[in-house]
Design a protein around this ligand. Structure first.
Ligand SMILES: Nc1ncnc2c1ncn2[C@@H]1O[C@H](COP(=O)(O)OP(=O)(O)OP(=O)(O)O)[C@@H](O)[C@H]1O
Ligand SMILES: [Mg+2]
Length: 440
């Protein structure tokens, strides 16, 4: 939306005030219309889109407050401003609660008027551009348009066109499962089953029969034959979550399945062909696990034909804003509450927080805030204590790694303790040995 298209509606019962505002604004904005009462205003609003409505509070007939409610319910992207006499400031405060962005007490100068209008129009534009970005980037339910995420979208597309194995790595809560589903549902396999398995949720000794099934009499209690997840997923995709936790014995059996494209049900010597795509995920560094002898190197290469490394949230720049907006809407809608407002200073705190729990942590926090603040404004004080402590961090902390932040923090604590390592270790909640190794 350029300034050229900005349309403003002025609603006031006094022709003098109406005219005075109109004269000032029409010097700067191309479309400035007026209405003398709420009914007329609603009629005008139904025929044209406005970026801003400026209304008086007390008018004969319906009041400005009713107009505010009407605009909020029907045009959530339109900004609202209220002009009011001293006697009605209390009403104006009520109006702010209802979603009026700015209010201007009478009498006012043309300059005051223009600066407030400008401020409100800017807010409206920012909201609109955030919204259109969110809509444009909601591919596969994955919100974000930062460079690292664009790259992820490209790999998802590439991976969807093949049946190659995919290994997805990334910190907890970065969207590994979401990406896996995206690949499956984009691929030719989308009409066949998607079967997710968490390798830690099933005891290792049961994993084999769960994955490959068993035949009658394979073990005590096996009264009938039962198919495993691989058979269920035939033609589709199996998702092996937390693959790093799989026992070495199961790893070798899985390797065989990948190599031979067939499974042996427990208790059977007859192989059965399966056509299953394997996507696995872990928040551990699987390379290190290989080096430590905990993960088979040959399996690692077999699983890792396509690699997707999901960046932590703190490295996704403005995606944080898009995600906040997305979760605010989603949870308000889900819970039937009003959309709360997030003022600039609250947003700053959220942007500067390092989000160790990534998107899941952000999702959970926003959900809690939506529940507790039903349509009200969320102030910095409403955020959890540990988030406020990051307020004096530099603005660009989002671009920094956790290691860099840790480094800075350790340095600060050392300075504060006059380089007393025992004291510093105590404050940091680590032992001296750990501190020493970090200093190295
Ligand atoms: N880019 C995104 N856009 C929208 N929602 C997201 C995005 N990334 C993750 N989420 C949401 O965050 C939550 C965590 O995502 P997911 O379960 O895929 O993470 P994960 O990497 O598998 O985590 P873990 O390692 O803990 O298993 C989910 O509710 C998911 O829908
Ligand atoms: Mg997961």
């Amino acid at each position: 939306m350029t300034k050229d298209k900005t349309a403003i509606l002025i609603v006031d019962d006094s022709p003098d005030t109406r005219e005075m505002i109109r004269r000032h604004l029409s010097l700067h904005y191309p479309v400035v219309l007026t209405a003398g009462n709420v009914d007329d205003a609603i009629e005008v609003l139904q025929n044209q889109e406005f970026q801003l409505v400026i209304t008086d509070l007390k008018m004969p007939g319906a009041s400005g407050l009713e107009l505010v409610q009407y605009v909020r319910e029907n045009f959530h992207n339109t900004g609202l401003m209220m002009v009011t006499g001293y006697a009605t400031i209390e009403g104006a405060v009520e109006a702010m609660k209802q979603g009026v962005g700015e209010y201007l007490p009478k009498p006012f100068t043309g300059e005051e008027l223009l600066s407030l209008v400008d401020k409100e129009i800017k807010k409206v534009k920012k909201r609109q551009s955030l919204e259109s970005e969110t809509a444009a980037s909601g591919k596969y339910g994955l919100i974000g348009c930062s460079e690292p995420l664009q790259e992820i979208f490209r790999v998802i597309e590439k991976a969807s066109r093949t049946s190659a194995t995919v290994l997805i790595t990334g910190e907890s809560g970065t969207g590994k499962e979401l990406v896996t589903r995206a690949i499956h549902y984009q691929s030719k396999r989308s009409s066949a089953p998607f079967v997710p398995i968490n390798c830690t949720a099933i005891p290792q000794e049961l994993l084999e029969s769960e994955l490959f099934g068993y035949v009658k009499g394979a073990f005590t209690g096996a009264e009938t034959s039962r198919a495993g997840f691989f058979q269920t997923a035939d033609g589709g995709t199996i998702f092996l979550d937390e693959i790093a936790e799989m026992s070495l014995m199961m790893q070798s059996k899985l390797l065989r399945v990948i190599q031979e494209k067939e499974v042996y049900m427990v208790g059977s010597r007859k192989p059965a062909a399966v056509n299953v795509r394997i996507i696995s995920a872990t928040n551990k560094n699987l390379r290190n696990q290989v080096e430590a002898g905990l993960f088979r190197e040959d399996l690692y290469y077999r699983l890792n034909v396509i690699n997707i490394e999901l960046p932590p949230l703190r490295k996704r720049g403005n995606d944080i804003l898009l995600l906040i907006n997305h979760f605010l809407r989603k949870h308000s809608l889900d819970m039937g509450t009003k959309l709360p407002a997030l003022p600039e200073n609250t947003l700053n705190l959220l942007q500067n927080y390092p989000w160790p729990g990534n998107v899941r942590e952000l999702d959970n926090l926003i959900q809690r805030l939506v529940v507790m603040h039903n349509g009200e404004s969320i102030k910095p004080a409403d955020l959890p204590e540990y988030m406020k402590k990051t307020s004096n961090m530099p603005q660009n902390s989002l671009q920094r790694t956790l290691a860099e932040m840790e480094n800075d923090y350790i340095k600060k604590v050392l300075e504060q303790t006059g380089n007393n390592k025992s004291e510093a270790a105590r404050i940091l909640g680590i032992d001296r040995k750990t501190l020493r190794s970090k200093l190295d």
